[in-house]
Design a protein around this ligand. Structure first.
Ligand code: PLP
Length: 398
């Protein structure tokens, strides 16, 4: 079930005369509604870092979403976009004393944690708050594993939440993150197993949490793997596994256990696309003796496509339909060799006659494109944004 380019995005790309990132707000709204239908009753808190654009946040808040913020800066942005402070949690386990002070002043009372050190700081600077403890996962099956930096063992989680209680905080929940662009339902099954075990250990300790946060990791549909084949994540199977997992968690922790999700990528990736252009197509003999075609694009790793080491985006070349294609390595416009899609090992088919200036459409890059961009490495600015209106709260944009 790979994702095709939506008609609104296609029309905007066709009309674009300059490079830009196009985000389809109505598409993002529909994606949110579809997720809410798949997992009824779950509270969705958008992981802001995937697309920290005010209008995106406003349209999600308008549909009832909350926000997973990772810093006081993100908290302020979510508040500015109209979110209620009760629907924002501080989801980053990494925070300084000052970060906690600032979040508390902004009104946030809901904090992720994974260590006794962090819990002590929260108790000191955000007294009386609610804390949920993140369990470590292996990240297996995900395109980006995210293991080790955040999360602790089940045993540690008991210690951390016990400490929280002693210090006057409310031990309110457990969380996981199964890794970004998670491609297997097994990862959620494994997470539910770990959560179940930890819930039992907490109960034995007299700690009853009120929610479980199943994190992010839900995949986008439109990516290709590094060799250019569609990734095709088993989304239906993933949702079925999550629904069964929620039922199991409620058996252990009580039917009124709340479920929180923190999707980032899944809500926005397939509803954004980039209009770039061809800088040059070349054919050169490498030192190895191999002759290689290289396609240099106006947009690369430093101005919107940071994630090209791990995924390929579908490229469309309007006006070049039925002609011969040649395998070409695709790269961005800078002179940095890191700015090369798939680390140069995975050529993709490119129409032979593309010429400098021809438009190129890059599909499914609504996630982590506006946020992971340099201020202007090599003089290539971040791409301007073109927002297609949502169905509610549509705003005029210059
Ligand atoms: C980045 C992040 C997310 C979102 O991850 P996706 O893979 O984009 O869904 C959710 N929760 C936390 C704590 C994160 O750091």
């Amino acid at each position: 079930m790979s994702m095709r380019l939506g008609s609104r995005l296609r029309a905007a790309l066709a009309a674009a005369e300059e490079d830009q990132i196009v985000l389809d707000l109505a598409g993002i709204e529909h994606q949110y509604e579809a997720l809410a239908r798949e997992l009824p009753g779950a509270r969705v808190r958008f992981a802001m870092k995937a697309c920290p654009v005010d209008d995106v946040l406003a349209c999600l808040a308008g549909r009832g979403a909350g926000f997973d913020a990772a810093s006081p800066g993100e908290i302020s942005q979510a508040l500015g976009a109209g979110a209620s402070v009760h629907d924002i949690h501080y989801g980053n386990t990494v925070k300084s004393d000052q970060n906690i002070v600032d979040a508390y002043r902004l009104g946030v009372r809901d904090f992720a944690t994974d260590s006794v050190e962090d819990v002590m700081a929260i108790a000191a600077h955000a007294p009386g708050s609610r804390v949920f403890c993140r369990l470590a996962t292996t990240g297996a099956g995900a395109v980006w594993g995210l293991s080790r930096k955040c999360g602790c063992s089940g045993e540690d989680a008991v210690r951390v939440l016990d400490t929280a209680r002693l210090l006057g905080l409310t031990p309110s929940g457990l969380s996981v993150h199964v890794g970004s662009q998670q491609m297997t339902a097994d990862a959620w099954q494994d997470a539910v197993d770990r959560l179940t075990e930890a819930l039992v250990a907490l109960r034995d300790r007299g700690i009853q949490v009120d929610h479980v946060n199943l994190g992010g990791g839900l995949p986008a549909l439109g990516y290709l793997d590094r060799s250019g084949r569609p990734l095709d994540p088993p989304l239906d199977e993933i949702f079925a596994t999550i629904r069964a997992g929620v039922a199991r968690l409620r058996q252990v922790a009580g039917a009124d256990l709340d479920i929180v999700l923190e999707p980032g990528r899944h809500l926005v990736a397939d509803h954004g696309a980039i209009r770039a252009h061809v800088v040059r197509m070349t054919a050169r003999r490498q030192l190895s003796g191999d002759r290689e075609h290289w396609l240099y694009l106006s947009c690369g790793k430093f101005n919107g496509l940071y994630e090209v080491d791990q995924v390929q985006y579908r490229l469309l070349f309007p006006g070049h339909h039925d002609e011969e294609h040649v395998p070409a390595v695709v790269a961005g416009p800078t002179c940095d060799s890191d700015d090369t899609f798939g680390a140069a090992r995975f050529p993709v088919p490119v129409p032979r006659s593309v010429a400098s200036g021809d438009p190129v459409w890059i599909v499914s890059c609504g996630a982590y494109s506006t946020s992971y961009t340099t201020v202007g490495f090599n003089g290539f600015s971040p791409l301007p944004l073109n927002l297609l209106p949502g169905e509610h709260r549509a705003k005029a944009h210059a």
